[in-house]
Design a protein around this ligand. Structure first.
Ligand SMILES: [Zn+2]
Length: 189
């Protein structure tokens, strides 16, 4: 890959993509909303500050950027025949050749943090759904979201079987970033 950016420029450029309210997350929110799901965003009291929290389903949804969260990459460097150690890219996560070690370390840290957050949530009776950015491409998005809907319904059902999830304080906190719709539209509790 031709690289005309300095590491700092690249870092700034990529940090920019990272923040909340990014496009993939918006797509998921719009779909869920239009299919009748109500949710809260970036709830700080829930481990990992999930992008979307569906409390009645005890489900946290993370919409992960393929680059930042290393979708499908093998981060253990493997020795290739030439004696060079190489980290494998995946179709949707191409680690820059410039500053490669830096990016590998960063993505690895993100992955470890992700796993820790998922584990914490699950231990506390919450379900975790991870949606990858590449699963939201127009050609596959509907299929992805239908699968998410199936998972959500399953999660709802499982609430009646086993218990007891930790009731994270999503209700009491104020102000809460709502799903961009009026308070009364969120007629759940
Ligand atoms: Zn991907």
């Amino acid at each position: 890959m031709t690289d005309t950016m300095t590491p700092e420029q690249r870092h700034r450029c990529m940090s920019h993509i990272k923040g909340s309210g990014t496009k993939p997350e918006l797509k998921v929110r719009r779909w869920l909303w239009s299919h009748g799901y109500r949710y809260r965003l970036n709830v700080k009291s829930v481990p990992g500050k999930p992008d979307i929290v569906l409390r009645p389903y005890r489900t946290a949804i993370f919409v992960n950027g393929c680059f930042w969260h290393g979708h499908g990459v093998r981060l253990e460097a493997t020795q290739v025949e030439s004696g060079e150690r190489r980290v494998e890219n995946s179709a949707c996560c191409k680690i820059p050749t410039t500053n490669r070690e830096f990016w590998v370390a960063k993505i690895r840290r993100n992955q470890e943090r992700d796993q820790e957050n998922y584990r914490l949530l699950q231990e506390n009776g919450w379900h975790v759904i991870v949606i990858w950015e590449c699963q939201l491409k127009p050609s596959v998005m509907e299929r992805t979201m239908q699968a998410v809907a199936v998972l959500l319904e399953g999660n709802m059902l499982s609430l009646y079987k086993k218990h007891s999830p930790v009731p994270y304080a999503t209700e009491e906190e104020r102000p809460l970033p709502m799903a961009a719709e009026a308070e009364e539209a969120y007629g759940l509790q």
